[in-house]
Write a protein that binds this ligand. Structure first.
Ligand SMILES: Cc1cc2nc3c(=O)[nH]c(=O)nc-3n(C[C@H](O)[C@H](O)[C@H](O)COP(=O)(O)O)c2cc1C
Length: 478
């Protein structure tokens, strides 16, 4: 039986060639320096489209970026680039909420006695681009309604430059204005934008209706929700999403629901899922949404493995799978899987240290990374130490055409990272060791384990260069 993950899917007239989408990630290269979609970011997306993902969804763009008309030329370039790989391109649109200092109602949430309050203050204090924000301005009705028109205008402008769909970001609690309004935890208003579910949903549903009027009936509109805000009864619960949020968005004219979870301020573990959480641990949210809608549903959350993604699709838990960090660590994941090269997939370790700026295990976009092009002169290189640093340098040098010998004192490769991965909470670290170990074989690197390199070993080999990658000792640090 063919894999479901490689079956196309149609969403309001848009055919996506497979069921794999790049999850929206606000890590686009150069974004926070240039405040626009840079050419480097387009290249970053290009690698993901080339790697086989059927849908590329950008990270969240709001008025800060979209009020600059020049950005739409970049979106046109992005759309053309994505289409040249037969990938569809979506742009996520949203606005920052509590996190950005605006929201339905002022701080504190919900009151100073809540232990989560102090956590929020800590997070605010740490956010470098919003320094010193301690209060939240409650928006007036005029401003709220202005958002509906503004975002509808952006959707139309994106459609006009060739973007295939847009996604309204209504997820992640205080991270976004739209989720801040939906959430009973953050929304304390008493006018028609607060109180009941219908009122709290009025900003998203009103925006979708205006978007629909602006883009016409045939343009796919997605909405991302936190089906469970992970704040217990105080926040958006899964049951409330099934009963109120999903039907309201569907009635407003949404074509696809992207089901995320959590609130960035108070339950970040739902969004940027730590490595010690089980893979795919939030798929039950997509499954629950599917029970109450006929719309296509996207499942997301630490889905690293396409066998797992396939299983979720076969089980009917989702219709499409978004992968964020996995396509960051290995943009070629879909193609390698399709070609049966699963052992060559560089699986995300879930470290959250960079995620594309650059990813610690995929350094390809770093400005100082070594180009993976043939070196001018082929050299004989000895690498001493088979930890991840030694193996990575061996990989890069071998791709550049050098002749590599790697010597490791122990009986196995992996070094300190292998030791750390023995702790079940860090077991995902092993992904990188496995990937590099396979690369040593594929690249015909001469690996000598159980070899405590001596002077005579070096003399016998007579290398042009020796790289010492014997690592650091934890002794004295712990
Ligand atoms: C660095 C980073 C940036 C993110 N930016 C966004 C964003 O702009 N919009 C959004 O809806 N989700 C964002 N997310 C959440 C991801 O879309 C995704 O739901 C999450 O990373 C879980 O999927 P994964 O385990 O496949 O990465 C971000 C996550 C990370 C790690």
């Amino acid at each position: 039986m063919g894999k479901k993950i490689f079956e196309p899917i149609e969403i309001n007239g848009m055919t996506i060639k497979n069921r794999i989408g790049l999850a929206p990630l606000l890590n686009m290269p150069g974004l926070w320096e240039a405040f626009t979609l840079t050419d480097e970011a387009i290249k970053w997306f290009e690698a993901r489209a080339k790697g086989g993902a059927g849908l590329i969804m950008t990270g969240a763009f709001g008025p800060l970026f979209l009020d600059n008309p020049a950005i739409f030329e970049q979106f046109a370039k992005l759309a053309d680039t994505m289409h040249s790989y037969d990938a569809k391109i979506g742009v996520q649109i949203g606005e920052g909420g509590i996190l950005g200092g605006i929201g339905p109602s002022p701080m504190p949430y919900p009151d100073e006695s809540d232990p989560k309050q102090s956590q929020m203050e800590i997070i605010h204090g740490q956010i470098s681009f919003f320094p010193g924000i301690e209060t939240v301005t409650a928006l007036s009705k005029e401003i709220i309604e202005g958002y509906m028109d503004k975002l509808a205008g952006y959707a139309k402008a994106l459609k006009d430059v060739g973007v295939d769909c847009v996604e309204l970001h209504c997820a992640h609690g205080g991270a976004t204005l739209y989720c801040s309004f939906i959430s009973p935890y953050y929304n304390r208003r008493e006018d028609e934008y607060g109180g009941s579910w219908e009122n709290r949903l009025r900003l998203p549903t009103g925006t979708i209706k205006k978007m629909r009027a602006a883009v016409g009936p045939d343009f796919p509109l997605f909405a991302r929700i936190s089906a469970d805000e992970l704040l217990g009864e105080k926040g958006i619960t899964l049951e409330a999403s099934q009963k109120y949020v999903v039907p309201a968005l569907e009635a407003a004219g949404v074509d696809c629901l992207d089901v995320s979870q959590g609130s960035i301020l108070h339950s970040p573990e739902g969004i940027q899922i730590p490595l010690y959480y089980p893979r795919g641990c939030y798929i039950h949210n997509a499954e629950a949404v599917k029970q109450v809608t006929k719309l296509p549903v996207i499942g997301v959350g630490r889905i690293v493995d396409l066998d797992m993604a396939e299983e979720f699709l076969q089980q009917g838990k989702a219709d499409l799978i978004y992968m964020g960090r996995q396509l960051t660590s290995d943009p070629e994941t879909p193609n390698k899987y399709l070609e049966g090269r699963t052992d060559e997939i560089r699986k995300c370790i879930g470290c959250l240290e960079g995620c594309g700026t650059p990813c610690p295990i995929n350094y390809d976009i770093a400005p100082d990374s070594m180009p993976l092009t043939p070196a001018e002169k082929k050299k004989k290189i000895l690498i001493i130490g088979g930890g991840v640093a030694g193996m990575e340098v061996a990989r890069v040098c071998a791709i550049r055409g050098h002749d590599i010998t790697l010597m490791e004192k122990k009986e196995k490769l992996g070094g300190t990272v292998a030791a750390l991965a023995l702790d079940p909470l860090n077991a995902e670290f092993k992904n990188f060791i496995d990937y590099l170990t396979v690369q040593m074989e594929k690249l015909n690197i001469d690996v000598k384990v159980n070899t405590d390199t001596s002077e005579s070993d070096v003399e016998a080999l007579s290398p042009d260069a020796v790289i010492v990658a014997t690592g650091a000792s934890l002794q004295g640090l712990l």
